[in-house]
Ligand binder design. Structure first.
Ligand SMILES: O=C(O)CCC(=O)C(=O)O
Length: 289
């Protein structure tokens, strides 16, 4: 039996689960052990030195600081594959999503060096990719302490608005091709924060924020004198299927020819199954729902 994962699961209360579904996000404290954080930190260094095809500097050439993003690193850098398949994300997602099975999708890197002015624009995640379904979560893991200013901020309950907003590419400063006909313009949260119910939690290494990918979220630059390294890891639950988008998507789902409505959890070569886990009691796996 994996006692670390058991402890993680037991630390997530029914109140946490309800908060996720009600507000669209919930912070979890002390669930990402130091061993996993070390692996993530090594993976980040490797990614900066050797990015994937999605690697992008989001700061403009004359911007102070440096904002770098990348996606889908687990297929290139072993550290992320290990964290994805063996780390605590699967058990967290199973508990939060009330899902019998969890499959891994991908991770994203958001690295902001001290003094970075470039912000993360307010957006939802789900319109960027070909996934339909409600049982899906983003686990956002900061490796450095984040304050209420530098953390990921969310608009409470926006995942329940029934709205899908146009994906915007940060550095390219443009809406994804074809998305203007498919989705609504994103509201100007940055310009009028007083009009929105914004939640922001300061987090320490070991903590994470679990958010629904339809929850509107954004982040400031990094005015602090320390680096702000964070990754997002995305997990798919029982109801996730392939969603067609008549617009540019990022990241693309590769390695299988999916059609609208295909169950993503059935194709483990593309979406590794991370829950149930072989090293936990069978009744634990059953109880995940
Ligand atoms: O960390 C950031 O600045 C942005 C993260 C984000 O947008 C996400 O995890 O979806």
């Amino acid at each position: 039996m994996n006692q670390e994962m058991q402890a993680v699961r037991d630390s997530i209360t029914e109140t946490d689960v309800e908060q996720f579904w009600r507000d669209g996000a919930v912070p979890l404290r002390g669930v990402i052990g130091a061993n996993w954080r070390e692996l993530i930190a090594e993976g980040i260094e490797k990614t900066v030195a050797d990015p994937t095809s999605y690697g992008r500097v989001q700061s403009k050439p004359n911007d102070p600081g440096w904002f770098f993003t990348d996606y889908y690193m687990w297929r290139k850098h072993k550290e992320f594959e290990t964290v994805a398949k063996d780390g605590p994300g699967g058990v967290i997602a199973a508990r939060i999503l009330r899902s019998k099975q969890i499959n891994y999708f991908y991770e994203g890197l958001f690295l902001k060096e001290p003094g970075t002015v470039r912000t993360t624009n307010w957006h939802q995640d789900q319109p960027y990719y070909n996934v339909d379904g409600r049982q899906i979560c983003v686990i956002w893991i900061p490796l450095d302490p984040v304050t209420e200013e530098t953390t990921l901020q969310v608009v409470r309950n926006s995942h329940n608005w029934g709205k899908w907003f146009q994906p915007v590419f940060i550095a390219k400063d443009r809406v994804a091709e074809g998305a203007d006909e498919l989705f609504e313009p994103t509201p100007d949260v940055e310009g009028h924060p007083e009009d929105f119910d914004i939640l922001a939690w300061s987090l320490d290494p070991g903590d994470c924020l679990v958010l629904h990918p339809l929850c509107l979220h954004g982040a400031s630059g990094n005015p602090l004198p320390i680096r702000r390294r964070a990754i997002q890891t995305i997990f798919l639950g029982d109801d996730c299927v392939y969603g067609e988008r008549m617009a540019e998507v990022e990241p693309r789902i590769e390695g299988h020819d999916f059609k609208k409505g295909d169950r993503l959890g059935d194709v483990e070569s593309v979406f590794p199954k991370v829950w149930p886990r072989p090293d936990m009691e069978p009744d634990m796996a059953g109880r995940a729902a």
